[in-house]
Write a new protein. Sequence first.
Length: 483
Amino acid sequence: MKKILFATSECIPFIKTGGLADVAGTLPKNFNKENYEAAVILPYYTFIPQEYRNKFEYVHHFYMDYGKRKGNFHVGIMKYEMDGIKYYFVDNEYYFGGDKPYSDAKFDIERFTFFCKAVLAIMPVINFKPDIIHCHDWQAALIPVFLKSLYADNPFYFGTKTVMTIHNLRFQGIWDIKTFEYNTDLPGYMFTPDKLEFKKDANMLKGGLVYADYITTVSNTYAAEIQEPFYGEGLDGLLRARNQSLCGIINGIDYNFYNPALDEQIFFKYDSTNAMQGKSINKQELQRELGLPVDKNKFMLAIVSRLTDQKGLDLVNWVIDKIIDDNTQLVVLGTGEERYENTFRYYQSAHTDKVSASIYFNEQRAHKIYAAADAILIPSKFEPCGLTQLIALKYGTVPIVRETGGLKDTIAPYNEYYNTGNGFSFANYNADEMLGIINYAKHVYYDMKKGWYDLMLRGMECDFSWNNSAREYEKLYDKILGW
Ligand code: ADP
């Protein structure tokens, strides 16, 4: 039996701000339970919903030194078991209180450094000796660093290997070296450009990428892209150097949660046998709820996204007037940068019959939109994997995407001559090119109804469950461990 420990800052159903939470919450459940025992460890945030916290079980607590700080720090361990997976929570109210998982960058770095150290201190206490520690994003990236320095001679961890998964290379955890030395108590020689130093500062993710036994990211195309300067966020040289220990494994989604045939959050359940009727009912109900004209013949184009630069929203800003013609309704759900939030708010107030902007995070609204919309727009500048296009496919909502990262690996463009593909795509980061593809999609929708229907059905039949990807992770763990 191989023991796999996931170290993460987010995990559904406890805490989610993005796709990382979906992955950490669903992948461990999909391992073959006869050969792999998976556990997950994350911070015990005080804002985890009370319904779960009530069920957590206190395991133990102890005191730990932390960097060059004086005195010992409280580390509590809480536990919860669900669907055969053990979830451990690191309790320290000073670091994981508050009302959101990320806030001030400097303090975030301090608390996730504490988290990494605590994870390694906890395992011997609960006697869970991991064969693999699978670290997710910068928040867990110091674990491989500590394992190969502070814990190098600790027999408990002999044979333990690490995998570092990049869900988004843009976020790295960078601060000045002095602060890092104080937080970590690592020796000065580790803060050099071949290890933790990055442009005169220290970089947590870089540490993970240098010290982990293997690096993965969440699609093949992104694995190749991040070795180029344009997508490499300053780490492309290091990633090229580690190219032999780097691969892409596409994320899956949980079809028990994202499935129009089972979804309790949508107006009307449907599957591929009644998709046209099902989507039409969902569309009209959503139009009613959003205050848009109720008309099943309007082309409903959705955006469900963090409203940030990464997601290609400047392209949308450029041509939004041309997107919202008389036959189109644009439905937006998202939060993020103020300039994008305000643009969509403005367009909603100026075009109440064509634009709806829900500027907040709401899981149920997201499900209703996936069920109602005809197409979803994802014009990302970069996209490590992307889950929204995978969810949309399952709901018969046709993705219109830019060909980058996981979007390129999962969406094959519609070919009207051979009647193939599961979406629409454009290559260059260019607003006119995007508009051209949106207009082509509208043309197919209105003038080639059979083509559109087939496109929807092919999308609904795609299998992006965890089945395939979980097997790839298992193979990777076996390869790293050599058994
Ligand atoms: P990222 O992790 O970069 O934000 P992904 O496509 O990997 O992007 O995952 C986004 C996830 O968050 C999807 O499950 C999507 O439905 C959800 N999501 C994004 N914005 C919202 C929102 N405002 N309300 C509800 N769900 C949202």
